[in-house]
Design a binder for this molecule. Structure first.
Ligand SMILES: [Zn+2]
Length: 189
């Protein structure tokens, strides 16, 4: 669990949008080169598309990139991930969670990852000043619960990075991020 990071806008040859180096991409390569891990899945649920990550692994079949993001959000020119789900403005908890729950389990079956990187940005909240989606704190928590429980049940190690969060009230951002940690503690205890 990383209380920072999730610098998914950094490309193979340049930084972009506050992201200098793509931490999860570097982590994925480290595992492949040093830990004999081949198949990796990156689950990017930050409201912004993981454009840098998509570009870095564009032609690499060993790292599957999945990004679910706001259609109207930055980056305005999106890259092509292995799986992109672009959500309409105002997408609610119910719609969001049903799409996620219909997607992630079958993705695990298909990709058979040995390791998962999870980018759990909380800029999906309705209070977020940059995000175009409308998740509640409870919905965001259920998103994290579902991802972590799914990884746990499949016995696949998962790494979490914070990603974005731009709600004007800092305590909402902190609460949403803290929920991710509380859930991990419950699920992995
Ligand atoms: Zn973001």
């Amino acid at each position: 669990m990383n209380i920072a990071g999730g610098t998914h806008h950094a490309y193979s040859n340049r930084g972009e949008a506050f992201c200098m180096l793509n931490d999860q991409a570097i982590g994925a390569r480290y595992l492949q080169r040093n830990k004999q891990i081949n198949n990796i899945l990156i689950v990017d649920l930050d409201v912004h598309q993981g454009n840098g990550t998509a570009e870095i692994f564009q032609t690499d079949r060993s790292v599957f990139t999945f990004s679910m993001h706001g259609k109207g959000n930055y980056p305005f020119k999106k890259e092509v991930s292995d799986l992109d789900i672009a959500l309409e403005k105002g997408t609610t908890d119910q719609e969001y969670l049903s799409i996620l729950k219909n997607t992630l389990p079958s993705l695990l079956e298909k990709v058979r990852p040995e390791f998962i990187f999870y980018l759990c940005g909380v800029d999906v909240l309705e209070t977020d000043k940059l995000g175009t989606l409308s998740l509640t704190l409870e919905g965001c928590k259920e998103r994290d619960r579902f991802v972590l429980q799914t990884c746990h049940d499949a016995n696949i190690p998962v790494q979490c990075s914070m990603g974005g969060g731009y709600s004007p009230e800092i305590k909402i951002i902190v609460e949403a991020h803290a929920n991710t940690f509380r859930l991990a503690q419950d699920i992995y205890a």
